[in-house]
Design a protein around this ligand. Structure first.
Ligand SMILES: *[C@@H]1O[C@H](CO)[C@@H](O)[C@H](O)[C@H]1NC(C)=O
Ligand SMILES: *[C@@H]1O[C@H](CO)[C@@H](O)[C@H](O)[C@H]1NC(C)=O
Ligand SMILES: *[C@@H]1O[C@H](CO)[C@@H](O)[C@H](O)[C@H]1NC(C)=O
Ligand SMILES: *[C@@H]1O[C@H](CO)[C@@H](O)[C@H](O)[C@H]1NC(C)=O
Ligand SMILES: *[C@@H]1O[C@H](CO)[C@@H](O)[C@H](O)[C@H]1NC(C)=O
Ligand SMILES: *[C@@H]1O[C@H](CO)[C@@H](O)[C@H](O)[C@H]1NC(C)=O
Length: 642
């Protein structure tokens, strides 16, 4: 997927800057479904003039807060602060992991502003992805107005997590990737639950993201909707005035704006919930009406046209008949009255495939009467790129925790995707055989100062070929699931790994095994030794007590993996029986002798008391030992500490 070029994305509506006499409109509750509004860079919750509650900054993987340089120019609390992600401290990849919505579809909106917050007068270059797919690209220099006034951008997407809640956490990852040393910035992130069937999902499928390339309300002179006015839109869409997009009529005076206060039926209905306000204004002109949207070529676009017959001069079918041309191609003929009558919403959409142009033009040519239009939406249909196989992604998250991978390595979001950026530092990925997902093929975290342990979730990395965790301070045992069939190279040398070498390691296709300089002990599995025999290399030197391999001491007879072998256990039981027999024999001899000797024993009572006490002490210490071993196994203690 070619990243969308940002200079072309700047149709995005710019924020409203405080004007001298603007009084905030009356607040209105927003109460459809679930929505969250995160005020990036802010440590306090705040409610804005439109009654939207902005949460203090949260769900981010790293970064630093900052105030913009001219906060008084902006009136929403969410526009005054930002979060930036310097790659030197937080790695190349940083994400907001937002809690998933209950329906599987959402609108995500970001506000991005530079406003010279870092006094460097150079807006950063960075990419923004939703999970595996890059959707916004910011390139320095930004247009001056965007850098100083900021830009909202939004998209509609399905939550992949909701496809299968049992895999991984149900979160939506919005990730930022800085170019070179540039620190990505973000001022606010909002998520609105929307109807899964909206925008013709049945035909687009779930594997595309609809990226907003223009959403205009014709005849409106202000940017309206959430964040701009108190007007409601159940999906959190905001609507731009159309004049900036209109190329015909080329004289502003020749376009006529039509308004109505009447209700327009058919608005605000499932599944799209287009707000009525869109249909209460429209533009007409004596000649043709034409709008132009700047887009990126070689993508598909979905264009929605909104009509309502709100001009009282049209009273019956056939009085207004309009042909719709998209990039000079006649795509439809519309007679609004014939479709829905008067004061009723009529929506029509069309998908432009593989657009060869960098502009998308919508022209209305009247066959009868004059053209009229209420609203236009234009979305790029961006296919979702492959992401890491969910089990492997969750294994990598477990390893990130257990190995305590430092934040500077940027282990956030998807481990392998988007593929136009590097995978997590130290991680190599490849496409799986059916080209649907990415899998982990190598992990190299040698000499990274890691202090944790190796999670046994590593067993989910079924395509791992090479693992190098050498020269860290890893503790704990080698998980037995580490031995993948795919694993060829294993370097765990120079750590503080304890315990024995799991038998399973011997059954994999290893060709290089470096376990030297750890605290391993016990018998080396026989087949592992054959790695060396088969022309591979193996180094087990410098451990605590490994045995049973060439150049290592031979193992004590009954010793196996640092524990008693079952042979050893039988041997010990046998020797106990033998000792008991010898004791019985001695007692027998003693009793036989006592009959003839004088009595030198303790009084009977005293002796049995001593014996009892001894036995009690012995039993108690046995019990303690038992408890200790239960603790070691992680079993709950039968005692509650007082
Ligand atoms: C703002 O929202 C709160 C809680 O949602 C509600 O109680 C209050 O009435 C709203 N205020 C106005 C003026 O709508
Ligand atoms: C902000 O609001 C959220 C949810 O209502 C709450 O959990 C959180 O503690 C609040 N944070 C602050 C800083 O007040
Ligand atoms: C969810 O994922 C699990 C584990 O990969 C799989 O066994 C299960 O079939 C999946 N469920 C659905 C509905 O896809
Ligand atoms: C445009 O296409 C419609 C059918 O969709 C047709 O009826 C109409 O005549 C065409 N208009 C022009 C100007 O070609
Ligand atoms: C899209 O159109 C261009 C030419 O405009 C062509 O080279 C390319 O192969 C097309 N791509 C697809 C997927 O149809
Ligand atoms: C593991 O990484 C270290 C440090 O980069 C390197 O010296 C060693 O050769 C690597 N081990 C293997 C098996 O490649």
């Amino acid at each position: 997927m070619t990243p969308l070029n940002c200079t072309l994305l700047f149709f995005f509506f710019f924020t409203c800057i405080i004007t001298t006499s603007s009084s905030p409109p009356p607040p209105q509750p927003y109460n459809y479904g679930y929505s969250i509004h995160i005020n990036c860079g802010s440590s306090t919750n705040a409610t804005d003039p439109y009654n939207t509650t902005w949460l203090s900054d949260r769900y981010f993987s790293g970064g630093t807060d900052s105030l913009i340089s001219e906060p008084l120019r902006f009136h929403l609390p969410s526009e005054k602060t930002l979060r930036f992600f310097p790659p030197s401290s937080y790695g190349k990849k940083n994400c907001y992991s937002l809690p998933s919505v209950s329906s599987s579809r959402f609108l995500l909106r970001t506000f991005t502003l530079y406003d010279n917050y870092d006094a460097k007068s150079r807006p950063p270059s960075f990419d923004v992805s939703l999970s595996s797919t890059i959707l916004f690209s910011w390139r320095s220099p930004w247009p001056a107005s965007t850098a100083s006034d900021g830009a909202y951008a939004d998209l509609l997407a399905f939550s992949t997590a909701a496809h299968n809640f049992s895999v991984g956490e149900a979160t939506i990852d919005l990730c930022f990737y800085g170019y070179a040393t540039d620190a990505p910035v973000v001022s606010s992130v909002e998520l609105f639950e929307i109807d899964p069937a909206s925008y013709d999902a049945a035909s687009t499928g779930k594997d595309v993201v609809l990226v907003n390339y223009g959403r205009v309300s014709c005849g409106s002179d202000e940017h309206w909707g959430p964040g701009f006015t108190a007007d409601e839109d159940r999906f959190g869409r905001s609507w731009q005035p159309d004049s900036a997009f209109r190329i015909l009529p080329d004289k502003e005076s020749e376009a006529r704006v039509v308004f109505t206060q009447n209700d327009v039926s058919g608005a605000d209905l499932s599944p799209n919930y287009f707000p009525m306000k869109v249909y209460q204004s429209a533009v007409t002109a004596e000649g043709n009406l034409e709008y132009e949207f700047t887009v990126d070529a070689k993508m598909d676009y979905m264009v929605w046209l909104h009509f309502a017959e709100i001009d009282s001069s049209v009273r019956k079918e056939g009085e207004r008949v309009v042909d719709v041309f998209i990039n000079e191609r006649n795509v439809s003929r519309v007679d609004i009255y014939k479709e829905v009558g008067r004061f009723a919403a009529f929506d029509w959409h069309y998908t432009v495939k593989n657009l060869s142009d960098s502009s998308l033009r919508v022209k209305l040519v009247a066959a009868v009467g004059v053209p009229i239009i209420s609203g236009i939406e234009n979305y790029a249909l961006v296919p979702i790129d492959p992401s890491t196989l969910p089990q492997q992604a969750s294994a990598m998250k477990a390893l990130k925790e257990s190995l305590r991978v430092p934040g500077r390595m940027g282990w956030n979001g998807d481990p392998c995707a988007p593929t136009s950026w590097d995978a997590w530092e130290g991680v190599t990925c490849r496409m799986n055989k059916d080209k649907t997902s990415l899998v982990i093929s190598a992990i190299d975290l040698a000499s990274q100062g890691l202090k944790g342990y190796i999670s046994d979730k590593i067993s989910l990395l079924s395509d791992l070929v090479s693992l190098n965790l050498s020269s860290n301070s890893l503790e704990g045992e080698i998980p037995s699931g580490l031995a993948q069939k795919s694993l060829i190279k294993l370097d765990l040398s120079n750590n503080q790994l304890i315990g024995s070498i799991p038998d399973s390691l011997a059954s994999s296709s290893l060709q290089l095994v470096l376990l030297n300089d750890n605290l391993l002990e016990g018998r080396v599995p026989d087949q592992l030794i054959s790695v060396g025999v088969h022309g591979g290399a193996i180094d087990l030197s410098g451990n605590k007590g490994l045995c049973g391999a060439p150049s290592l001491p031979s193992c004590p007879m009954f010793w196996n993996h640092g524990r008693l072998s079952s042979r050893g256990k039988i041997a010990i039981s046998l020797s106990c029986v033998f000792v008991l027999l010898v004791l019985l024999l001695l007692v027998y001899i003693y009793i036989r002798r006592k009959r003839n000797d004088y009595d030198f024993g303790l009084p009977h009572e005293l002796m049995s008391l001593a014996a009892k006490r001894n036995r009690y002490v012995r039993q108690k210490s046995l019990m303690l030992l038992e408890l200790e071993s239960q603790h070691a196994k992680g079993l709950p203690s039968p005692f509650t500490p007082q």
